[in-house]
Design a protein around this ligand. Structure first.
Ligand SMILES: Cc1cc2nc3c(=O)[nH]c(=O)nc-3n(C[C@H](O)[C@H](O)[C@H](O)COP(=O)(O)OP(=O)(O)OC[C@H]3O[C@@H](n4cnc5c(N)ncnc54)[C@H](O)[C@@H]3O)c2cc1C
Length: 286
């Protein structure tokens, strides 16, 4: 987007113009899409579809370690050791864990991949959702939200007027805002407890938008090491990781740490991983 349009903001404005112009059916479309009842619907739908197809899902425990055994010529058997002390033996394995977790799992197989995976940095953020009586904040909220430039030196990095973006997210007499703090180089604020975090964010909204009313509802969520950062040389390191893992056929990495952070990127990469598993199991190289 940056290369095509000169800047990310200009690119978003161009995209917005093209998607928000009336379509052939004369319906306006928005560049913002979400699921009506929240993103947990995506997980619920996936679980439903898999269980319907007879897939067994095992939740409530983590993968503790990974062992590999030679199975037949050029083939491996992966033993997945779980934190409930049980183990699964599988012909093919997709690691959709964050890169720093996958690093520990593959390290005994290939220290090179372990080292390269562990250096993919992840940033932490917190979101503070607050609902206000709409009358108390009328005039303060414009557009869908705002991003605060780093040069401003503020605690708040961005805010979304969630119920203006998606009206069904709050009753008509309320305004729901989601504020973001933390991010690369600004993670110290996450040491604060919830009460102090909310106080900081409310002070920011007061000084930037004049919102001084007390929120009716507040929810703080912390997203620790949840946002992978693609630093210079990322693609080259990915190639080296793939090369280091190449002797372990059927062992595949996917997730936000590699080829795209957004949910659509993760879905696309997950589909590619599934195709690679199918090819491997049917006898082709993955
Ligand atoms: C605050 C925030 C806002 C965002 N907003 C947007 C947005 O508006 N649009 C968008 O497209 N994207 C957004 N993203 C990015 C997107 O949500 C993520 O990049 C994406 O969901 C990551 O998916 P994932 O499956 O790779 O990782 P995760 O969802 O982190 O999944 C990794 C999984 O691995 C599990 N795990 C960890 N260790 C183990 C272990 N040892 N054994 C077994 N399992 C383990 C974890 O429990 C977790 O379920 C946002 C991200 C954040 C943090």
């Amino acid at each position: 987007m940056e290369q095509q349009c000169g800047s990310v903001i200009r690119g978003m404005m161009t995209t917005r113009k093209s998607v928000s112009s009336p379509t052939h059916s004369n319906q306006k479309r928005t560049m913002f899409v979400s699921l009506k009842n929240g993103l947990s619907d995506l997980v619920a739908a996936l679980v439903h579809r898999l269980t319907d197809q007879g897939v067994t899902l095992k939740g409530g425990c983590a993968v503790d370690a990974l062992r590999v055994r030679s199975h037949q010529l050029g083939r491996w058997m992966y033993d997945v050791i779980l934190t409930d002390a049980s183990a699964l033996s599988v012909d093919s394995l997709v690691l959709a864990t964050p890169a720093y977790v996958s690093a520990e799992l593959v390290r005994p197989l290939t220290p090179t991949a372990g080292r390269l995976l562990e250096i993919i940095p992840y940033a932490s953020t917190a979101t503070i959702a607050m609902a206000y009586p709409r009358a108390a904040v009328s005039g303060a909220a414009e557009g869908f939200g705002f991003v605060v430039p780093r040069a401003e030196g503020r605690d708040l990095i961005a805010a979304t007027w969630t119920s203006l973006k998606w009206p069904h997210r709050a009753p008509p007499d309320q305004l729901l805002v989601r504020c973001y703090v933390g991010g690369v180089g600004r993670e110290a604020i996450l040491q604060l407890d919830d009460q102090a975090l909310v106080a900081r964010v409310r002070a920011e909204l007061a000084s930037m938008c004049g919102v001084t009313a007390a929120p009716w509802f507040v929810e703080v969520n912390r997203w620790m090491r949840a946002m992978p950062q693609y630093t210079l040389g990322h693609l080259e390191r990915l190639n080296q990781i793939e090369a280091a893992l190449s002797r372990y056929g059927g062992l595949i990495l996917t997730g936000a740490g590699y080829r795209g952070v957004g949910i659509p990127d993760c879905i696309r990469d997950g589909a590619v991983a599934a195709e690679r598993v199918m090819r491997y199991l049917s006898g082709e190289r993955s």
